[in-house]
Design a protein around this ligand. Structure first.
Ligand code: PLP
Length: 449
């Protein structure tokens, strides 16, 4: 990368003057001006390069600027940049076919949205119309998107400011042995008690009022908590017992992230609706959607589905999805993520945990890993308090600053750092990033007791 600080200064000045950023106190942020990106790296206008261990917001599953996907977008742009959703269009048809071929079970119809949050909105609307019931159950420690319904379903502090209280959402605790809400000591206990808690919640809410249960198959931003064996199958059973629609949110976990096409494949579970976005086209053009079961699709066979979007199945986004899925298949990206996850990331992170007192827990699969950073391994006290800001968040900020100084762009949320690089990252790049992580963890260690 060629340094060009002057150009960077202009980009930064216009950003600071006019761009209103997501989730931020506008005067307290300092966005890095980015000059370019390729593969697993991006660089700034000073010429400093970063290895992206966050895949943007966990979406560049095939890295930046994959030449085949860029070419497919260019080709689609030259042929048919856009077309309204009511028509049958090649890129849209082909994207739907390739997605439906990979989704589990009979999730064979695809409703396209612009991103993840609106996929969740539509999944919930479908479930309510299908069942004629009002409520939706979702988990604490979850994220489902920033729109009104999706943020109400979310089980993290991003919900609080927008909680409407009328959205018909009931939260419950999903299993997470490391911070068990159920006083469990084994995964089996955690699983059984979490299922019992869910079923009791349904009993007290009134089974006939619950339209859907929505879960991230493996919660992402909330901490990559792998559900214990039997949990998702148990939720499936509960849904069947009470006629509740089971929605799995695979916006973050889907499309290769877990070393399988979908996280649901790891657990052999088939939901009634599955949301996706992000990795479907590596985020090159905004795209999300809902994969719909035969039974729910049948509800809308003779009765119109009351919902839609101007850009549903946008040809440019769908062409990017077709190219991305084909690249992933041709280049074995999913298998690559599984192999590097098992052979390189897991042993390396477990070794870091042995050496760094700040690492309390390591969990994940494929290219989807979390390190839980703690002040004290015995008590599990988080390195920073839940939802800490400002001064209270200093230890995590110091950790992140050290990673960046060593050329690693980390994913940081609360007291965790996630190792979520592109699924096609090379082994050498991965090792380079893990070495920088090792150095940054020494900074986190300074805050342990
Ligand atoms: N669902 C999950 C599991 C997510 O991780 C996200 C975003 O991070 C969303 C939904 C919302 O997606 P979007 O930001 O594309 O609306």
């Amino acid at each position: 990368p060629q340094p060009n600080p002057q150009a960077g200064a202009a980009v930064k000045a216009a950003d600071r003057a006019h761009v209103f950023h997501s989730w931020s106190a506008q005067e307290l942020i300092d966005p890095l001006a980015v000059a370019g990106a390729e593969g697993s790296y991006f660089w700034d206008y000073e010429g400093k390069r970063y290895l992206d261990f966050s895949s943007g917001l966990v979406y560049t599953n095939i890295g930046y600027q994959h030449p085949k996907v860029v070419a497919a977008i260019q080709e689609q742009a030259s042929r048919m940049t856009t077309f309204a959703p009511a028509f049958a269009v090649e890129a849209r048809s082909e994207a739907a076919r390739l997605i439906a071929e990979r989704t589990p079970g009979d999730l064979d119809k695809i409703f396209f949205t612009n991103a993840g949050a609106d996929a969740v909105e539509h999944a919930v609307r479908m479930a309510r119309l299908h069942t004629g019931r009002p409520k939706v159950l979702s988990a604490y420690r979850s994220y489902h998107g920033g729109t009104q319904q999706a943020v109400n379903l979310t089980g993290d502090p991003r919900r609080w400011a927008s909680d409407s209280g009328t959205a018909g959402v009931v939260h419950f605790w999903a299993p997470f042995l490391y911070r068990s809400r159920f006083y469990a000591e084994t995964e089996e206990q955690e699983c059984a008690r979490a299922l019992e808690h869910l079923e009791t919640t349904i009993a007290f809410e009134g089974p006939g009022t619950v339209a859907a249960i929505i879960l991230e198959t493996i919660p992402g931003t909330a901490g990559i908590m792998m559900p214990p064996a039997g949990y998702l199958a148990g939720v499936r059973e509960i849904c069947d017992k009470y006629g509740i629609v089971f929605v799995l949110d695979e916006v973050m976990a889907g499309f290769g992230r877990t070393g399988t096409w979908f996280a649901a494949d790891l657990y052999d579970v088939v939901p009634d609706l599955m949301t996706f976005a992000k990795g479907v086209n590596s985020g090159y053009v905004p795209l999300g959607g809902v994969a719909i079961s035969g039974e729910i699709a049948a509800t809308f066979a003779e009765r119109p589905y009351p919902g839609g979007l101007t850009y549903s199945g946008h040809p440019l986004a769908c062409a990017a999805a077709v190219a991305t899925i084909n690249v992933m298949a041709e280049e074995g990206v999913v298998e690559h993520a599984a192999r590097l996850g098992a052979d390189v990331v897991e042993p390396a992170l477990r070794e870091l945990a042995r050496r760094h007192p700040s690492v309390g827990d390591v969990r994940g699969t494929g290219m989807f890993w979390a390190l839980e950073l703690v002040r004290n391994r015995e008590t599990g006290e988080p390195l920073v308090p839940y939802n800490a800001t400002g001064q209270a968040a200093t230890p995590m900020a110091a950790f992140a600053a050290s990673a960046k100084a060593h050329g690693l762009w980390p994913f940081v949320n609360m007291n965790r750092t996630h190792v979520v690089p592109p699924c096609n990252i090379s082994e050498a790049e991965l090792k380079e990033g893990l070495a920088a992580l090792d150095t940054a963890l020494s900074v986190a260690d300074e805050y342990t007791e």
